[in-house]
Design a protein around this ligand. Structure first.
Ligand SMILES: [Zn+2]
Length: 303
């Protein structure tokens, strides 16, 4: 949920030059040889896994972008903005309440679990796994992943507009006035909840209006999170791109940056993208099927 030019500005990105990418694309003939990937995986010490909405699709969660991204008569792009929130905080909270309730009912799938199990196993061997995700549903946490960088925030965190306090909040409903509200039906009536009855800050004497702690359209990413992402991308020796197209943000920026260092990148996606040839490996199919095979214990792992 971010505009590429802002990311570019933020990351001072032109570390990845088109010329470099083209040159390397010529060197990499992407392979779908799982045994070959598994050999590379068995030697990796620092694995970075970039995940997108596709990793949550198999848990039954819509992406709220593209064709499925309509709530009542609005697109996500109409609701997930600071302007929409200041104009109509009640409707924006209804939308997020609906999204939160659906997500609370969802379970991590085999892809989430394969990633979490891999992290736990490799950590005992002195190897690391980091998840860099654009999902905001927290399902990587639920699956047991520990080292997670959420570049778009989290549906279950709130931020106070008055004091800036950020809190984890998994309450259902998040406030009494939202109970039973948030139906996505086109003929649903806006609840028009008074602003004082929307989620409010519990910090002492604050009572400020809370918003979801997610990155909205038109907002820049958290620079602290981006700095950590940069560090991980610079130091990983294997990168997986899971359930996100390599032509759109963030994989369009992050994974080619890794590939430009000559580090193996493996893409796990339901389709082929124009950038697939840029990466060393591509495994087509549902990531809930491909990832458990890719990240299973290798015969060389002794612990
Ligand atoms: Zn506050």
């Amino acid at each position: 949920m971010m505009i590429i030019h802002q990311l570019t500005a933020k990351m001072q990105a032109p570390r990845v030059f088109c010329r470099t990418q083209r040159t390397l694309a010529g060197l990499f003939r992407h392979s779908s040889d799982m045994a070959d990937f598994r050999e590379v995986f068995s030697k990796a010490k620092r694995v970075a896994i970039i995940t997108g909405a596709g990793v949550s699709a198999e848990s039954g969660l819509p992406t709220f972008r593209g064709a499925g991204g309509i709530w009542r008569k609005w697109k996500t792009q109409d609701l997930a903005t600071p302007e929409a929130f200041s104009r109509n905080p009640s409707s924006v909270w209804e939308f997020y309440h609906h999204w939160r309730e659906m997500t609370l009912a969802a379970k991590p799938n085999t892809a989430h679990r394969a990633i979490a199990e891999c992290e736990a196993r490799l950590s005992k061997q002195g190897r690391s796994v980091v998840v860099i995700t654009q999902t905001i549903d927290g399902l990587h946490h639920s699956a047991g992943s520990r080292h997670i960088l959420e570049i778009h925030g989290n549906l279950f965190k709130t931020r106070c507009l008055s004091c800036g306090d950020v809190e984890v909040n998994r309450k259902s409903p998040i406030c009494a006035a939202l109970e039973g509200k948030g139906s996505p039906d086109t003929d649903a009536i806006d609840a028009q909840i008074p602003v004082n009855a929307l989620p409010r800050c519990k910090e002492h004497d604050c009572n400020g209006l809370l918003r979801p702690d997610v990155i909205w359209f038109g907002e820049t990413l958290d620079s602290h999170v981006l700095t950590k992402v940069e560090k991980e991308l610079d130091s990983c020796d294997l990168c997986l791109v899971v359930g996100t197209s390599a032509v759109v943000y963030p994989a369009a920026m992050f994974a080619p940056q890794v590939a430009s260092r000559g580090v193996p990148v493996a893409e796990f996606n339901t389709g082929v993208t124009p950038n697939t040839t840029r990466f060393m490996y591509h495994f087509q199919g549902p990531c809930g099927t491909t990832l458990p095979i890719a990240l299973a214990r290798h015969e060389s792992e002794v612990i």
